[in-house]
Design a protein around this ligand. Structure first.
Ligand SMILES: Cc1ncc(COP(=O)(O)O)c(C=O)c1O
Length: 396
């Protein structure tokens, strides 16, 4: 990938900071900010067909659904937008759990971000259903086998496609297939995977899959995707006059139209990371595969560099992973390490990043570690700066 060309699109990178904070929210290319501004000044209205402004707004929404559909390998008619993945998941948990009762079971993992745990735990408790926990190996970060937890009473399996703490990429296809065999639904959190690799909901066999555009160069909102025919069977809380049509049935109130224009621009930007011809889906798959390769190469360089520093502990060593590294330094609190790095112009935050069950299970309590996340715009110089700044702290 032509990293210099990509970096030139991000005004914020001119500030000279090395950004390893992408898992918390990526930097934004000019194209996305321009698209948001253009939508706000284009003359939009409420959605409708009477005025040109209404028709423009319809197009903005339709284009964003098509873009998200291409990104996630899913039918655009089953793409739901919301304020955040967390909000969409709480809403979906409320909807799905209406049919749960005592004796029913839901499976959540200790590896997940809490946004794909607590909504299901809360919903299960309200319904009187039982929560089964899928653990992971704290040494490797690999999930245990889900099969022993599945019964004919399992209603749902909620699992991450990639851990935002340890980078683990569980075998979601297998998990979703086993869930289906047991008669359960699968709910896949692809928030941390979507910025790093091609995603294909249909191929994964996930009934529902969620992500957040602000993690992949876009604005702050959430996306939930499912088969439209499946969504037709669900009945969320809604206002009396609001439409019952899918996917709008799941969208509460007026959508942030300007941000949807930003989603389309972000997906188009991702599709162009690697130049080439083809449909947008084809360009996305090619570009995300190129981004994955770039980030994997840098990940190897980062891991090698950190391993050279003997007081550094790297947490988790999953076989299949995103370019996200969690580390601690003997004798230094993670927050102090993050502060030192920031003073050197290296943004790598500390904490549990809401993967609080994972942090506790990995033996890091509620303090967590320092997280260095790579992105398509990360350079080898950024990585060298991070490693040098950590080494500098150790020497001081
Ligand atoms: C893996 C993962 N899942 C879910 C979320 C929650 O996303 P949102 O902020 O859109 O609710 C995050 C945010 O950090 C995340 O990293």
């Amino acid at each position: 990938m032509d990293i210099a060309r990509i970096r030139a699109c991000f005004p914020a990178l001119d500030l000279g900071v090395a950004h390893f904070d992408g898992p918390g929210g990526s930097q934004v290319p000019r194209q996305v900010a321009d698209a948001v501004a253009a939508a706000m000044t284009a003359g939009l209205g409420n959605r409708g067909t009477t005025t040109e402004a209404e028709a423009r707004t319809e197009r903005v929404v339709a284009e964003a659904r098509a873009a998200a559909g291409d990104l996630l390998g899913t039918d655009a008619r089953g793409v739901v937008f919301g304020r955040s993945m967390t909000q969409l998941t709480f809403d979906m948990a409320r909807t799905l759990s209406r049919s749960w009762g005592p004796g029913d079971e839901v499976v959540v993992t200790r590896l997940d971000h809490d946004a794909n745990i607590r909504p299901w735990v809360v919903a299960a408790e309200r319904a009187g259903a039982t929560v089964r926990w899928l653990d992971f190996d704290p040494a490797t970060g690999e999930l245990d086998d889900v099969a022993p937890l599945l019964t004919d009473r399992t209603r749902l399996v909620a699992v991450t496609a990639a851990s935002n703490l340890l980078g683990t990429r569980p075998d979601v296809r297998r998990l979703a297939a086993l869930a289906r065999e047991a008669g359960a639904l699968s709910y896949v959190d692809a928030v941390h995977l979507a910025p790093h690799a091609p995603v294909d909901r249909s191929e994964l066999g996930a009934d529902l899959l969620a992500c957040s555009p602000y993690k992949f160069f876009g604005p702050h909102l959430g996306v939930l995707a499912g088969d439209p025919a499946f969504l037709e069977t669900l009945h969320p809380d809604k206002l009396l006059p609001s439409t019952d049509v899918v996917p709008e049935r799941f969208e509460l109130g007026t959508l942030p139209h300007e941000l949807l224009a930003g989603v389309t621009a972000a997906v188009d930007f991702m599709a162009g990371l690697e130049p080439g011809q083809g449909t947008r889906r084809e360009r996305l798959v090619r570009s995300m595969a190129a981004a994955e390769q770039h980030e994997d190469d840098l990940l190897a360089h980062l891991v090698d560099g950190l391993r050279e520093i003997d007081v550094v502990t790297l947490h988790g060593a999953p076989a299949h992973r995103t370019p996200t590294v969690l580390f601690t330094l003997a004798g230094h609190a993670p927050v102090d390490v993050a502060r030192h790095l920031a003073s050197e112009g290296v943004n790598a935050p500390a904490g549990h990043f809401y993967a609080i069950e994972a942090s506790r299970h990995a033996g890091l309590g509620d303090t967590g570690g320092v997280r260095a996340g790579l992105a398509a715009y990360t350079t080898v110089e950024d990585v060298d700066r991070l490693v040098a700044a950590v080494a500098g702290l150790v020497r001081a």
